[in-house]
Write a protein that binds this ligand. Structure first.
Ligand code: S3P
Length: 440
């Protein structure tokens, strides 16, 4: 939990969501923009950067390693790249707060530096599994120590020349893939990563935007070490993972009609749209366009009756961060929704299967967790107090549950909402939600 406990209270349901909001910048793309901009030759300007705590942790880490970064000012950053070999030893351990993406991607970069670094974070981050990145990095020649459980702090010893590898990932993970591709920039020879299924491909797209050749096809992504990155300007689209809360909020409340503008619609991220549509949601994409290498659209969602479904397992990596919101949709749908093949949810910012099941049960919804998924039977949601366990996405998902609850929903431990969605409560107000925040 951050410094202060923030409690969100949503008045009893019955209201609909109406209006238009602009969704803040994509968290995954914001991290990568700062990383690649810092490692490029030349000046990279970034617009639409997410000023949330997670990407800010990445930004502060690069500042601590000598990169001059101006801003952020309303999402605008000017990054004075130092080149792949220009980072300086940070004066102390790099503290990355709640941000798993920062630690996992940075470990790939830092394993190849000439200096030692230590990466640490908050209570949630220091409980998260890191062997998925440290083991393949060690096989590339890195030297990294973790706790005996394989969790942070990571102690990375510099001065190791990495060798390219051919790595088959056991799970589809964009963080593991990106970590190894970043390490591969420094390695002798070729680094190839094979994915068991598609995961978000922002790193590959952005590397190519920075002029770095990346080969991909048939689930294999390869690059050759020893090249350079050339600075570019980046337009960060709105985060579909943040839009997802209001997509679900609108879909579950009668007469809703919302337009979420400027949302990234990269095909590796739109599982939430496909799953909600399979449940019967009324979603249309308008004004489809490109922001640099990334597709973008305005997303219109109208209230509708949802049906429970069996979620196809191949959709899981494409909607991996959206399940807390999707579980709320399932709780409001007719019949049973079954999720399998999603054990990764147990090692996110919280154990998202257990945390959501506990909260839904408190609100009177039948939810049966399994090792790799959950079965949720839709029904009338009651009010009550739930705990987010400091997980931003659990907190925002339960705020949406309040739209259908028969009495107020009180959500405890919500300070981390600002890791990914600063201004969430203001956006909710603008769409007509009766939600208030209290700090203790
Ligand atoms: C992310 C990848 C996903 C996602 C996380 C952000 C990224 O994690 O859950 O929020 O930016 O690469 P995994 O790669 O572990 O699935």
């Amino acid at each position: 939990m951050s410094e202060k406990n923030i409690v969100m209270t949503v008045a009893a349901g019955g209201s609909s969501l109406k209006g238009q909001i602009r969704i803040p910048g994509d968290k995954s793309i914001s991290h990568r923009a700062v990383m690649l901009g810092s490692l490029a030759d030349g000046v990279t300007e970034i617009h639409g950067f997410l000023e949330g705590e997670d990407p800010m942790a990445t930004l502060q880490a690069f500042r601590a390693m000598g990169v001059r970064i101006e801003g952020p000012e309303q999402g605008h950053l000017v990054v004075h790249g130092v080149g792949l070999h220009g980072l300086k030893p940070p004066p102390r351990a790099l503290f990355l707060g709640n941000s798993g993406t920062s630690v996992r991607l940075l470990s790939g970069v830092l394993a190849a530096q000439s200096f030692d670094t230590t990466l640490s974070g908050d209570d949630s981050l220091t409980g998260r599994p890191m062997r998925r990145v440290t083991e393949p990095l060690v096989s590339m020649g890195a030297r990294i120590d973790t706790s005996s459980e394989g969790t942070p702090p990571l102690k990375i010893s510099g001065g190791q020349q990495l060798q390219g590898i051919d790595y088959e990932m056991p799970v589809a993970s964009a963080q593991v893939k990106s970590c190894l591709l970043l390490a591969g920039l420094y390695a002798d020879g070729r680094t190839c990563v094979v994915e068991p299924g598609p995961s978000r491909d922002h790193t590959e797209r952005m590397l190519q935007g920075f002029g770095y050749p990346v080969e991909h096809g048939g689930g294999k992504i390869c690059l050759q070490g020893g090249g350079t990155l050339n600075a570019m300007d980046i337009e960060v689209p709105g985060d579909i993972s943040s839009a997802a809360f209001f997509m679900v909020g609108a879909a579950i409340s009668e007469c809703s009609d919302v337009l979420l503008t400027n949302v990234g619609t990269n095909p590796t991220r739109i599982g939430v749209i496909d799953i909600l549509r399979q449940m019967g949601a009324d979603i249309t994409l308008e004004n489809e366009r490109k922001a640099g290498a990334e597709p973008v659209a305005d997303i219109r969602v109208r209230g509708s009756r949802l049906q429970g479904i069996e979620i196809p397992e191949q959709q899981v990596p494409l909607a991996i961060d959206e399940f807390p919101a999707l579980f709320v949709a399932a709780a409001c749908a007719e019949g049973e929704t079954v999720l399998t093949g999603a054990s990764e949810l147990r090692v996110k910012e919280s154990d998202r299967i257990q945390t959501m099941a506990d909260g839904l049960l408190k609100l009177g919804i039948d939810a049966h967790p399994a090792e790799d998924g959950i079965v949720i039977t839709g029904g009338q949601m009651g009010g009550g107090a739930v705990d987010s366990h400091g997980d931003h996405r659990i907190a925002m998902a339960f705020a949406m549950a309040g739209l259908r609850a028969s009495s107020p929903v009180v959500i405890n431990d919500c300070a981390n909402v600002k890791t990914s969605f600063p201004g969430f409560v203001e956006c909710a107000w603008r769409l007509g939600m009766a939600v208030k925040e209290t700090a203790w």
